[in-house]
Design a protein around this ligand. Structure first.
Ligand SMILES: [Zn+2]
Length: 506
């Protein structure tokens, strides 16, 4: 009460007025005098605190300026970078995220009907037929396939069994490209190529196990791709590789390997993290480990014919300049290939379909490409670049899973990366896909980038990607429809904004 009295007193002094309801019954005449009382109080307050209020207004204006000016500048800037990117982006994202897309159901159908789409397989060609038929039904401006000659490797029966110090069958997968073999020999364990060099005198006649701990894919994968020839160089008779993954539930991971010219070819396979560590521990316990590796794998004497499949919306202003979006249609034989890379091609395809269904006509042609043979040869990407590099304006591949989208890796000029960052900040922030960093693009559009064209890769949350990569676990149960919708939104928005780019881009 003391403070109220003080306040009243001060108002009294400054205004020469006694506010009646506050000295009589406070509830009486309140409504009639409400306006008058507020008026006088506010007036008094302003007179008394004008300096503070002025400061407050200044601060509010400053805050508004800090928020509004960048928004306006960004809006102005994005419109000078890409025509209507802002408004189309909003429309695309709203539709993809709120109304949803067919990405999940198309992928589910694709991988259910055609799992194990390895190059040379009927499954892959049937999948490409199915995609092409669906693309024709979608009513794109142009749907076509280009023949591509691809390697035809077949797994056949295979096994890896510990025979000594006890009998134990291992989960294994032969590596793509490996020759057949039936080898029984003692195992020598190394954790790196350096250690192999150090122990080279002990390698002859043995099976070399490369038990290198996963750090990241690009540095650890060298043991899968080059382990066999490294072992054979010192007289190794077979090579086993710890699966290229940070995590395992007893799952072996396959993948491509290459033989070096001039070195004997030996059979090679991946085993699980569990079995790799088991063998290593047996060796540490001075146990002699003998393993039988049996593989019927073979590369067929003649290459197979596969196809790149593509569909497009013709550009209204620059139809001869093409923005490419895509993924690869092939997968490893043991996988459904939902994550690698059925999801990638379906998301790119659905992005194009969304743009079309919204009636948006891009200024440049947008083309979705399903590259073939990414997994064991990348002949699809190479063939595409050979035919279409010149007309390529930009390319975006999706091949690290279509989980939560985070942004894009970009190979382009600094200016382009800065401009794409502006666009991402302005348009893609609702789906938090704003990370634009210089970095590796996909294997397939990598050929276009090597030929000097700017390109990008959709970046997603890949924290679990390599858990399933190239395994039987790469299946539909790992896919999330809402995350896929966000990937569609990101891909469609970026493709549209780049197709409406103002001027050239490099
Ligand atoms: Zn892939």
């Amino acid at each position: 009460m003391a403070s109220q009295y003080t306040k009243l007193q001060s108002i009294e002094v400054e205004d020469n007025l006694l506010l009646p309801y506050q000295v009589s019954n406070p509830t009486q005449k309140k409504s009639q005098n409400k306006f008058a009382s507020y008026f006088y109080r506010v007036k008094g307050y302003i007179i008394k605190k004008w300096k503070i209020l002025l400061l407050l207004m200044f601060v509010l204006l400053l805050i508004a300026g800090v928020i509004l000016i960048p928004v306006l500048v960004l809006r102005y800037k994005t419109s000078t970078i890409s025509d209507q990117c802002d408004e189309y982006g909003k429309e695309i994202i709203n539709n993809a995220v709120q109304k949803g897309t067919e990405a999940y159901s198309r992928l589910s159908t694709l991988v259910t009907l055609f799992p194990g789409r390895l190059s040379g397989s009927e499954q892959l060609e049937n999948a490409i037929d199915w995609i092409q038929d669906m693309m024709l039904d979608d009513g794109f401006d142009l749907v076509k396939t280009d023949d591509v000659e691809v390697t035809h490797w077949v797994r056949g029966d295979e096994s890896a069994t510990i025979l000594q110090p006890y009998h134990r069958k291992m989960n294994m997968l032969g590596l793509g490209g490996s020759i057949a073999g039936n080898v029984t020999a003692e195992v020598i364990v190394v954790s790196s190529f350096d250690e192999l060099d150090t122990l080279q005198d002990q390698v002859k006649g043995k099976i070399v196990l490369f038990n290198a701990i996963f750090t990241n894919y690009s540095s650890t994968v060298q043991y899968r791709s080059g382990g066999a020839s490294a072992a054979a160089k010192y007289g190794g008779v077979a090579a086993l590789v710890r699966s290229i993954t940070p995590y395992s539930l007893g799952t072996p991971h396959t993948g491509v390997m290459f033989y070096q010219d001039g070195i004997d070819k030996i059979p090679t396979a991946a085993i699980t993290l569990e079995d790799a560590d088991l063998i290593q521990n047996l060796a540490i316990l001075n146990q002699t480990v003998i393993v039988n590796l049996y593989m019927e794998a073979q590369t067929m004497p003649t290459n197979a014919i596969s196809r790149n499949v593509m569909a497009q919306i013709n550009g209204s202003t620059y139809p001869d300049e093409v923005v490419v979006i895509g993924g690869h249609t092939d997968s490893w034989d043991v996988a459904q290939g939902a994550m690698d890379d059925g999801g990638g091609i379906v998301v790119a395809w659905e992005a194009l379909r969304l743009i079309k269904s919204l009636g948006i006509i891009p200024k440049r042609t947008i083309r979705v490409v399903g590259w073939t043979n990414e997994e064991n040869g990348a002949a699809g990407g190479a063939a595409y670049a050979q035919l279409y590099t010149n007309e390529t304006f930009f390319s975006i591949e999706s091949d690290i899973g279509v989980t939560q989208p985070l942004g894009f890796n970009v190979m382009a000029s600094e200016q382009t990366i800065t401009d794409l960052q502006l666009i991402a900040d302005k348009v893609l922030s609702p789906i938090k896909t704003t990370s634009i960093v210089e970095g590796e693009v996909g294997t397939d559009n990598g050929f276009l980038v090597s030929n000097g064209k700017p390109g990008a890769q959709l970046i997603t949350d890949e924290s679990k990607y390599f858990w399933y990569h190239h395994t039987a676990g790469d299946a539909m149960d790992k896919m999330d429809p809402s995350q896929m919708n966000q990937c569609v939104a990101a891909m469609a928005t970026m493709a549209l904004c780049i197709s409406n780019w103002v001027g050239q881009l490099n």
